[in-house]
Write a protein that binds this ligand. Structure first.
Ligand SMILES: NC(=O)c1ccc[n+]([C@@H]2O[C@H](COP(=O)([O-])OP(=O)(O)OC[C@H]3O[C@@H](n4cnc5c(N)ncnc54)[C@H](OP(=O)(O)O)[C@@H]3O)[C@@H](O)[C@H]2O)c1
Length: 225
């Protein structure tokens, strides 16, 4: 059976990836921060790994704990929205900027070189859960400025990963899950988490239709960078 690693699996989209891949019989490694979350993931049959993506020592720990594993899919999902009110009129403080950029961008940058060698033997897929809000081509408003900037940066990280790792056979994707009913998306969001993840898993499963270096939404529609 194939193996997936879900980074940021305690709740929302990450937890649903764990549920669905386990239901499909996959071996799943799942990262958590809180003890309750570890227990929930263990009860789903996942192998649990502690990871705060802001902690460089945690990231190194993931590297050695997974040494020798052969991953088919790695989903870099951990993320924060941060300051709700950030906009051109209302820029973030240092602390607000550091929280969002360190979590969403620096974490992705540091994980990449650990994940690529684990994915290469199975010609696996490295997926970054980005957002349409990170599309520069589609940006039409400044609300959520800090989050948008962080996801635009994540998209560049994904492109860099594609240029370096696709020659090794690793497919790299940026994914938009839709506006999803999670803690981040809120109760009024359009898409149920199960539908979003089912759609994203279809994208992940079809290498021919969704090639490396692409930015796709949960329905498989391409998004302009
Ligand atoms: N929901 C949407 O509408 C939407 C739309 C577009 C993109 N996205 C993206 O989808 C991804 C998942 O979002 P979600 O809606 O599922 O959000 P969520 O319910 O708020 O869950 C966020 C996840 O990220 C983890 N996380 C946050 N900071 C972390 C850190 N420093 N280290 C490790 N894990 C950390 C959380 O772990 P803890 O429980 O330990 O905090 C949690 O598992 C995010 O990257 C988000 O930007 C979501």
């Amino acid at each position: 059976m194939p193996t997936a690693l879900i980074l940021g699996a305690s709740r929302g989209i990450g937890l649903e990836f764990v549920r669905q891949y386990r239901e499909a019989g996959w071996t799943v490694f799942a990262t958590f921060r809180g003890e309750d979350d570890r227990v929930r993931l263990r009860d789903l049959g996942a192998h649990t790994l502690k990871l705060d993506v802001q902690r460089v020592e945690d990231i190194a720990g993931i590297g050695w704990q997974l040494d020798g594993e052969r991953l088919d899919v790695a989903v870099v999902n951990a993320g924060v929205y941060g300051l709700r009110t950030s906009s051109v009129q209302s820029p973030p403080t240092d602390e607000q900027f550091d929280l969002v950029m360190r979590t969403n961008v620096l974490g992705a940058m540091r994980l990449m070189p650990l994940l690529a060698p684990l994915l290469a033997p199975a010609q696996g897929t490295l997926a970054f859960v980005s957002s349409k809000m990170g599309s520069i081509a589609e940006a039409q408003a400044s609300y959520g400025m800090l989050y948008r900037v962080s996801k635009a940066a994540v998209n560049m990280v994904a492109k860099m990963a594609h240029s370096d790792y696709s020659p090794m056979g690793v497919r790299v994707l940026s994914l938009h899950p839709g506006w999803v009913r999670t803690d981040m998306g809120g109760p009024n969001a359009e898409v149920a988490v199960g539908d979003s993840v089912a759609g994203l898993r279809t994208v992940l499963a079809d290498r021919a239709a969704f090639p490396s270096g692409g930015f796709f939404d949960w329905r498989g529609q391409p998004i302009a960078w």
